[in-house]
Design a protein around this ligand. Structure first.
Ligand SMILES: Nc1ncnc2c1ncn2[C@@H]1O[C@H](COP(=O)(O)OP(=O)(O)OP(=O)(O)O)[C@@H](O)[C@H]1O
Ligand SMILES: [Mg+2]
Length: 85
C-alpha cells in the first residue's frame, strides 16, 4: 500500500491531476472519507485534469447523485453513500 500525506488543498488537487493523466476509459476511482476529508477537492482536480475547463464548477453530487462532465474521457462523479443497494 502507498500512503501519501497531503498537507494542503493544492497538494490534493495536484495528486488528483496526476492520477487523471493516467486514467483510461472505464476506470473507477473510489474516494472514501468522512465529512471534509477532501473527496470533492480530489474530484475537482481529477475532472479538471481530464480537460474539463477550469471555469466549470465541480461540486458534491449529493442531491443529484451523479454529475457528468466531458473531458478527454466521459466522466461520471457519483455520491454513493446514500444508496442502500
Ligand atoms: N490536503 C488537504 N489539506 C488541507 N485541507 C484540504 C486538503 N484537501 C482539501 N482540503 C480542504 O478541506 C475542505 C473540505 O474538502 P472537501 O469539500 O473536498 O471534502 P469532502 O470530503 O468532499 O467533504 P463532504 O463529505 O462534506 O462532501 C475544503 O475546504 C478543502 O479546500
Ligand atoms: Mg464533498
Amino acid at each position: 500500500m502507498l500512503e501519501l500525506e497531503l498537507d494542503s488543498e493544492a497538494a490534493t488537487l495536484a495528486l488528483a491531476r496526476s492520477l487523471a493523466s493516467v486514467l483510461r476509459g472505464g476506470d473507477v476511482v473510489g474516494l472514501e472519507g468522512g465529512l471534509g476529508a477532501g473527496k470533492t477537492t480530489f474530484a475537482r482536480g481529477a475532472v479538471h485534469g481530464l480537460g474539463v475547463p477550469e471555469e466549470t464548477a465541480v461540486t458534491s453530487p449529493t442531491f443529484a447523485l451523479l454529475h457528468q462532465y466531458q473531458g478527454r474521457l466521459p466522466i461520471g462523479h457519483a455520491d454513493l453513500y446514500r444508496l442502500g443497494d
